[in-house]
Structures are given as structure tokens and as C-alpha cells.
Design a protein around this ligand. Structure first.
Ligand code: MF3
Ligand code: CO
Ligand code: CO
Length: 270
């Protein structure tokens, strides 16, 4: 049970890794259109990270205990897929929503971020789910500051989701990140104010709520990775990597194309 506090040198390198991860999403955003296969999204992101950024895609062959190696370089989670979708030959079609989750390793440090994209025209329900999930992430991030607790963060996320009639996935959570992809602490997206780990300046972790339009229950597919909603309802997720500071927090996964919070409306930025 140990949360690694980052040094100023660590933090500078985490800023670089975070920006690169976000820039992969900036690059792929305009290419997410009806007809593109998710394995093409993966191939393009892989090439961008390796050739253009001199970075390593952390998911490729990632094999935490109990898992087989992840076979691709990004996760693509479409519609009722909650997370860890494996890119494949299936083409995106108009009306789909897709999460692209990018984690790069640069200079030994990880940056982890994901966004939702609309493929063509989303349904009103799908758009609302993506927007509410985006705000859930921000409410969680709002609660991040030295002296607050992880329970405060989880509670903020959960309250916003439930207010809108949606449910929070409980089996997967945010995580500490640094030289390791997943380290302590676990950042649950539900909780009680004032409970759990007390945040200190220098901690770095992700906030990455998975929110379902229907019930919270999930199921893992036989491929060993893909997680879907049990009731096949739509699911959405957004993720930022965040540094705790004395005054509050600093988002590390920012780039020119990061969707601004207030002006969120069209996730493809069109
Ligand atoms: N990027 C995911 C996260 O936010 C983890 C993906 S693990 C993988 O924690 F192996 F599926 F890539
Ligand atoms: Co993450
Ligand atoms: Co991620």
C-alpha cells in the first residue's frame, strides 16, 4: 500500500507523456468516420506514436496478472462496450459512439487519456450519455486537491451520473500512473465524501469514469479483455491524467485539441 509521490523531474516528464497521449487523440479525431475499421484506427495511432512521437504504445502486449497480452496499441470501445475493446476489422457506422483510449510511454513515463467520438450523427440518448459522462469526469477532477479524499472524487462522479439516471461501473477504476501504467491508488468512481485516501501534492492518477445508460452490471467477453454492459445498454468513458497540487490540480493530458469543458457539445469538434 504505497502511493508514489512524484518529484518535479518526474512531473515534467509526465507533462510530456500526457501531452503526447492527448495529441494522438487530436490526430485521430477527424479520421473517425463511418466506414473506418477500428483496426485502422489502431494502426494509424500506432504509427503516429512510434514514428512521429518516438513513443511506445503501452497497451501493446500489456499483460497484468490474470490477463493475456493485449494485442493492439489502443483500446476502441464501441456502443455497449464499456472498456478494453480490442480493435478489429469491424467498421464504424453512423450513429455509433466510440471511446479511443490512448496510453503512451515516453522517456519511461506514462500518459493515459481517452475521449468519446460520435460516428456520423449520434442519437439524442447517445449524445446525452457522452455529455453527462464528460461532466462526470470533470466533477471528479474538480474534487482533486491536496487535503481532499478519494471518496470526495468518487462521490462527485457518482452524484452527477445518478442525477441523470445513469449508472457507474464499479469493477474498473482510475489509477495511479507514472513509471508504471497502473499503480496505487485505485480511484473509484463512487464513494462517500471524507472517506478513503487523503490526497497530497505530487500524486498523479487518472479519473476515467465508465457510465452506463442502463444498469451498472458488466460482463467480460471470451477474448479475455472486452468488457460490455450486461443489458447491452450504451456505455461511455472519458479519461484524463491529473496531478494533485496544493492549490488544486493540473491536468497533464492536455493538447491543442482537448475539448474544452464549457463548450463541449460536439465531441468531434466540428
Ligand atoms: N488505458 C486503460 C486505462 O485507462 C487501460 C487499458 S489496458 C489495455 O487504464 F491493455 F487494455 F490496453
Ligand atoms: Co487509465
Ligand atoms: Co486509459
Amino acid at each position: 500500500m504505497s502511493v508514489i509521490l512524484k518529484t518535479p523531474e518526474d512531473i515534467e516528464k509526465m507533462r510530456v507523456a500526457g501531452r503526447l497521449a492527448a495529441e494522438v487523440l487530436d490526430y485521430i479525431a477527424p479520421l473517425i468516420k463511418p466506414g473506418i475499421a477500428t483496426e485502422e484506427v489502431d494502426r494509424l495511432c500506432h504509427e503516429y506514436m512510434v514514428e512521429h512521437q518516438g513513443a511506445t504504445p503501452a497497451p501493446l502486449n500489456y499483460a497484468p496478472p490474470g490477463y493475456q497480452p493485449f494485442p493492439k496499441s489502443v483500446c476502441t470501445s464501441v456502443n455497449h462496450v464499456v472498456c478494453h475493446g480490442i480493435p478489429g476489422e469491424k467498421k464504424l457506422k453512423s450513429g455509433d459512439i466510440v471511446n479511443v483510449d490512448v496510453t503512451v510511454i515516453k522517456d519511461g513515463y506514462h500518459g493515459d487519456t481517452s475521449r468519446m467520438f460520435y460516428v456520423g450523427q449520434p442519437s439524442i440518448q447517445a449524445k446525452r450519455l457522452c455529455e453527462v459522462t464528460y461532466e462526470c469526469m470533470w466533477r471528479g477532477i474538480d474534487a482533486v486537491r491536496a487535503g481532499a479524499t478519494l471518496g470526495d472524487v468518487g462521490h462527485a462522479v457518482q452524484t452527477h451520473a445518478v442525477q441523470h439516471g445513469f449508472s457507474v461501473v464499479r469493477e474498473f477504476c482510475g489509477h495511479g500512473i507514472g513509471r508504471k501504467f497502473h499503480e496505487e491508488p485505485q480511484v473509484l468512481h463512487y464513494g462517500r465524501p471524507g472517506t478513503g485516501l487523503k490526497l497530497e501534492a505530487g500524486m498523479i492518477f487518472t479519473v476515467e469514469p465508465m457510465i452506463n445508460a442502463g444498469k451498472a452490471d458488466i460482463r467480460q467477453l471470451a477474448d479475455g479483455w472486452t468488457v460490455v454492459t450486461k443489458d447491452h445498454s450504451l456505455s461511455a468513458q472519458w479519461e484524463h491524467t491529473v496531478l494533485v497540487t496544493e492549490a488544486g490540480h493540473e491536468i497533464l493530458t492536455v493538447s491543442a485539441g482537448t475539448p474544452p469543458r464549457a463548450r463541449f457539445g460536439d465531441v468531434n469538434g466540428a
